[in-house]
Ligand binder design. Structure first.
Ligand code: BGC
Length: 500
């Protein structure tokens, strides 16, 4: 991004487009804008709505801990605490070639991972963008698309220059499938989709075994692969991050969706006590914490904008925690505040605002850009509002928008800290300290997000909060999935699979 401080320049947008921007010198006289004082008054109101005090955070942490415990005791709770059948930590010596397929919120990714042992690996990957139609179409078609992309990848990476396959006849490549939606598992290569999240709504999929559906697509395209594990992105992230740094005890994703995984003692997962798994074992738990406080809405501080986001979503009542935090929703929350001020006649009087009135047009990436605008005149914010929404802003308004983005982003980070604190508290990691492997667009790209999570941890735990550090995670859906496939193979080789 190159932005001159003198009033004009160019910026590169998240879409990759370059945009020229110019400041107007007479803007404040041309149009009836809100005064600086009016904007400051409004900001005070939003400050009180979006600010979480340390005391409130501690209350949320306590309620969160109770939900985690309940999810471990009984099946089908609001926070489902899903046993993943990933047993214990990797040794770091796992090695071999593995395919990984990652169906995330935005992209589909196919990877070939070579684990070299000693925490080292190499990876080749291709990404495909998912369209909105694919997310809502028949589920089987979505899995067919996954198989098609996998076929292209295998054809490209496993043939020589003459196009002859490099695979031996009958050879099957082991594949880990990262499917980042809540699935009940009774085995590692099985998973019944509880519900779609992140705006997905593909038909005839909820309640079905998605591993089986994907296997049908693999057969249809006659792919030389054996799907060995179905994993969640958080579980993959946990295992991959521990593979390279064994101090990692928890993994979190803050991206289009949000969630966490950690390693639990089997003896404390009461709901699977009857499976005959040794009490000494450990198993990774996919918390699916995005569902915390769903339906009941007892513990989280929701503003009226959050309630609108929820009620107008394709899944009202669900993913209550995620809707306050994840990248899919933050832009929309800010847009709703702006729309309210437009309706009240505070903002953009006399200007056409229809472009701002379309749900979800205000991307969370804009909040990141607004917060990181380096110029005194906030040229980046001018650019966003003129280029995408064709409205003119004054400096006071831009300062207000930036402050609002800060409030919404900060609340998301502090709530995230509450979730982490609940797991830390449950597992007693505070004194010895631990690393939390973190990934996702919000964590990686939103300025200050990680620092705000850390501040939040200190607000909950006091100085000891410093013992808990989030670090940029290793690639869970690629590397993590490969390691889990290798760990599963090792269990199978000693006869421990598929019994549990
Ligand atoms: C899904 C989780 C996933 C998270 C991050 C949530 O919407 O329910 O399974 O781990 O997004 O991708």
């Amino acid at each position: 991004m190159v932005v001159s401080r003198r009033g004009s320049g160019s910026i590169t947008l998240p879409t990759g487009q370059t945009m020229a921007i110019h400041t107007r010198t007479h803007e404040e006289e041309d149009l009836p804008h809100a005064t600086k004082k009016t904007m400051a008054d409004h900001l005070r109101k939003y400050e009180s709505l979006f600010t979480l005090t340390p005391q409130r955070m501690r209350m949320i942490v306590e309620a969160f801990k109770d939900s985690l415990e309940l999810g471990l005791q009984k099946p089908k709770q609001i926070v489902p605490m899903i046993p993943t059948f990933v047993f214990g930590w990797p040794t770091g010596t796992e090695s071999g070639d593995f395919l990984a397929l990652d169906l995330g919120g935005t992209n589909l990714r196919v990877c070939l991972v070579t684990l070299q042992g000693e925490g080292k690996f190499e990876m080749t990957q291709t990404k495909y963008r998912l369209t909105e139609e694919q997310k809502q179409d028949e589920g089987q078609k979505l899995f067919d698309f996954c198989a098609e992309c996998l076929k292209t990848f295998i054809d490209t990476n496993f043939t020589d220059e003459d196009g002859t396959s490099l695979l031996k006849p009958g050879e099957l490549l082991p594949l880990g499938f990262t499917f980042s939606y809540p699935c009940y598992q009774t085995r590692i290569d099985h998973g019944e989709l509880i519900r779609w999240t992140k705006g997905f709504g593909a038909k005839n999929t909820e309640g079905r075994d998605v591993a089986e559906m994907f296997r049908q697509s693999i057969e249809k395209y006659q792919l030389p692969v054996a799907m060995t594990a179905l994993i969640n992105d958080t579980t993959g992230t946990l295992i991959a991050s521990h593979y390279v740094n064994p101090k990692t005890k928890i993994a979190v994703i803050f991206g289009t969706g949000c969630n966490a995984a950690y390693m639990e003692n089997v003896k404390d997962i009461e709901k699977i006590n009857d499976l005959g798994i040794s009490e000494k074992d450990q198993m990774a738990i996919n918390c699916e914490w995005g569902a915390f406080d769903s339906f009941e809405h007892e513990h989280l501080p929701r503003t009226k904008y959050d309630i609108i986001v929820d009620e107008t979503s394709n899944k009202p009542g669900e993913q209550a925690f995620e809707k306050l935090i994840s990248g899919r929703y933050l832009g929309e929350i800010l847009r709703l505040v702006i729309c309210e001020l437009i309706d009240e006649g505070v903002l953009f009087l006399g200007q056409e605002t229809y472009k701002l009135e379309i749900p979800y047009v205000f991307e969370t990436a804009f909040l990141s850009l607004m917060e990181s605008d380096p110029t005194d005149e906030l040229l980046m914010i001018i650019g966003i509002f003129t280029h995408f929404f064709a409205v003119e802003t004054t400096l006071a308004e831009r300062q207000f928008f930036r402050a609002l983005a800060m409030l919404i982003g900060r609340r998301a980070a502090r709530l995230s800290a509450c979730g982490i604190a609940a797991i830390v508290g449950r597992m007693g990691y505070l004194d010895e300290g631990c690393l939390v492997g973190a990934d996702g667009s919000l964590y990686n790209k939103y300025p200050g997000f990680a620092d705000r999570v850390h501040e939040g941890l200190i607000d909950v735990f006091g100085e000891k909060g410093n013992n808990i550090k989030t670090v940029h995670a290793e690639d869970g859906s690629g590397v993590g999935s490969a390691i889990i496939a290798a760990m599963t193979k090792a269990r199978r080789d000693v006869g421990l699979y598929p019994h549990v």
